[in-house]
Design a protein around this ligand. Structure first.
Ligand SMILES: [Zn+2]
Length: 470
């Protein structure tokens, strides 16, 4: 993480224009597979911000799949601004801007970036994920089931296109639908829908898939039904995407089983965030909806890393809101510091239930009964939610779970607390925030240090410091 971080930071200082690709609401492109041959499918989620089935399915491909043959490119958060605002399109419908877009449209850069990815010579097929109303059926059955509905369909714009690979859209669509329906019940079965866009569908002619097929890229819309809950939609989407991958010879592994309960778990098992090159780590599962006195640099943008492409941090007034897709998870209320930029960070020794353990900034120390931070030269130690009259440096004090004010805990269970470290700066006489370690009183598991870091695809973004009102 360190190496990556410094190169990204250097690059962004030098050359990235206004809507930098690491800004909190820029969409991200993730490339799975070794790029060495085989077919490449581009999956796009979140073109409309109020269709969570599509963007959560795309996100799970990144966090829970590995590709063994061929390649999967994924944009899980195309319209990220609309996702965090839970709206179809904050600046109008993004899926109606692919034929014509004005130079002043706020979505111009998003459209230009995604078009350049779609037309990349490596891309062999494009899947655009949606959640649509009701259930598409060829014959009218009732208001929610009929040709006027969109849910549970694979959509093509025309029978076939002029392309070197996969030109027979209808044939491919039918094959995928019949594979998927082997594992769908009758209610959630898929149907192929041909919008016959070229024959005069003016609305569909402005869409992403129609742009793609006119660039010679086979493209399909995939709709899960808004009548299903989120995990059911995600499950449906993944079955369709996997059928396309198999059709294109892309081999993969998935780390959960494809049923609604497992999807539900997978959607929430990957919600961590790390700030300042991992000096600060927050677990988002069960976090309180406000975190007070969150250390923020008074001097520079706040960088953060996540392993979940739908997690981001958005400044609002004097606060920082943390989102996972449509859901606001918590709000961080800043306290401003100089942040210690030293590459070398101290190892911190804890006495945990009588046993010495060593931890780095950004790690989690688990304890059963009590913890002590052993004195650390040059640093001051501050347990958040604990105080002892007249004591400024809390190193050397043995603290039990019950000594904390519970409302200061990070989590709603009330058993995870922050220990903050500040380095003395002899030059300025002012101390610098050096990092945070979380102490978790997690029952009888005994003294343990948990690495906060997770493997694989981390995403590093930067958020500007919230304005401070005078
Ligand atoms: Zn849609």
């Amino acid at each position: 993480m360190k190496r990556l971080f410094s190169s990204v930071l250097l690059c962004c200082l030098l050359c990235i224009p206004a809507q930098a690709s690491n800004s909190p609401l820029a969409f991200s492109l993730h490339k799975l597979g070794d790029g060495k041959g085989g077919n490449t499918i581009l999956v796009i989620g979140g073109i409309q911000g109020d269709e969570p089935g599509g963007f959560h399915a795309a996100s799970l491909l990144i966090t829970h799949y590995t590709i063994e043959n061929g390649n999967l490119w994924i944009v899980p958060n195309l319209n990220f601004l609309s996702i965090v605002n839970r709206s179809r399109g904050e600046n109008g419908d993004l899926n109606r801007k692919f034929a014509v877009i004005t130079a002043t449209d706020p979505d111009l850069e998003v459209i230009q970036r995604i078009k350049s990815i779609i037309v990349n010579p490596q891309v062999d097929m494009v899947l655009n994920l949606h959640d649509g109303s009701g259930f598409y059926r060829e014959q009218y059955q009732d208001d929610m089931h009929g040709p006027h509905r969109w849910g549970q369909s694979v959509i093509i714009d025309q029978e076939k296109i002029d392309a070197a690979k996969f030109p027979e859209l209808s044939k491919i669509g039918h094959a995928v639908v019949s594979t998927v329906n082997e594992s769908q019940d009758k209610k959630t079965a898929y149907t192929l829908k041909n919008t016959k866009t070229r024959e005069g569908d003016e609305e569909m002619a402005k869409s992403l898939t129609y742009f793609a097929i006119n660039e010679g890229k086979p493209a399909f819309g995939i709709e899960a039904s808004k009548s299903l809950n989120k995990a059911q939609r995600v499950c449906s989407h993944l079955r369709v995407i996997e059928a396309f991958m198999r059709y294109a010879g892309i081999r993969f592994q998935r780390s959960f089983s494809l049923d609604v309960a497992s999807v539900e778990r997978a959607l929430s098992d990957n919600r961590q965030i790390a700030f300042y090159d991992n000096r600060v780590y927050l677990e988002m599962e069960n976090i309180r909806n406000r975190v007070n006195y969150f250390p923020v640099s008074r001097k520079r943008a706040l960088d953060f890393a996540t392993w979940n492409p739908l997690i981001t941090v958005v400044p609002s007034d004097e606060k920082l809101d943390v989102f996972h897709g449509n859901e606001k998870i918590t709000t961080l209320l800043p306290q401003y510091f100089d942040v210690d930029e030293e590459e070398r960070q101290p190892k911190v020794r804890f006495l945990v239930d009588g046993k010495v353990v060593e931890a780095n900034m950004g790690q989690v120390v688990r304890a059963e009964k009590q913890v002590t931070v052993l004195p650390l030269a040059g640093y001051r130690v501050n347990f958040i939610g604990f105080s002892q009259r007249g004591v400024r440096d809390e190193a050397g004090i043995t603290i039990r779970e019950a000594d904390f004010v519970r409302s200061y805990s990070l989590n709603t269970q009330g058993n995870s607390f922050r220990v903050e470290f500040y380095r003395d700066d002899a030059k300025t006489g002012r101390e610098k925030f050096a990092g945070m370690i979380n102490v978790n009183f997690a029952g009888d598991s005994g003294a343990q240090v948990m690495a906060a870091m997770l493997p694989s695809s981390e995403i590093i973004r930067e958020v500007s410091i919230p304005e401070r009102k005078k």
